[in-house]
Design a protein around this ligand. Sequence first.
Ligand code: SF4
Ligand code: SF4
Length: 190
Amino acid sequence: MQETIKLSHPGEQARQDLAKIEKEAGTSVNLCYQCGKCTAGCPAAFAMDYPPRQVIRLLQLNLLDEALDAGSIWVCASCETCSARCPRGVDIASLMDTLRREALQQGRLSDKKVAAFNKAFLGSVKSFGKVYEAGLMLQYNLSTGQFFKDMGLGLPMLKRGKLGMLPEKIKAREDMPKIFERAKKMGGDE
Ligand code: SF4
Ligand code: SF4
């Protein structure tokens, strides 16, 4: 069962914090009239503690801490279906992304496995320009101490050619570190 949230009048700081999130995300939560279309189309809503509509509601109520601690922001797959469907033009996907970055910057990630996955995923994209699944699985499992996890799954997938032994090469792979550097200057974590 979810914990009860106590509502209180938002202070000036809370208002400023929310304004910063909205500015970075390039959208406004007050446009939302809670129709729920974003949640209805979200492929990951079933796994979220607060589906997209409720994440927006938390922000409308100035409950930024609850939104930053929500598992939803890490479950979000950035598919942008919600933003495309919103009749009010709320860029929910961008908000989710901004909340993720803010949570990382504030060191709020209590689930170490999610942090390890995030790091391994971004490291893979930075090095190879796209995800190298076998390397990602290996790094994630090593960094979380799950040394033999996925062994039973990985070997048959390798045999059937569903998993590459070596990373695929993309064009202009050498540009990736520069892209990450630019993202960092813009406030990104990597
Ligand atoms: S689709 Fe847009 S207006 Fe509807 S609940 Fe989601 S954010 Fe709000
Ligand atoms: S971007 Fe995230 S919140 Fe929006 S529909 Fe996709 S998974 Fe759901």
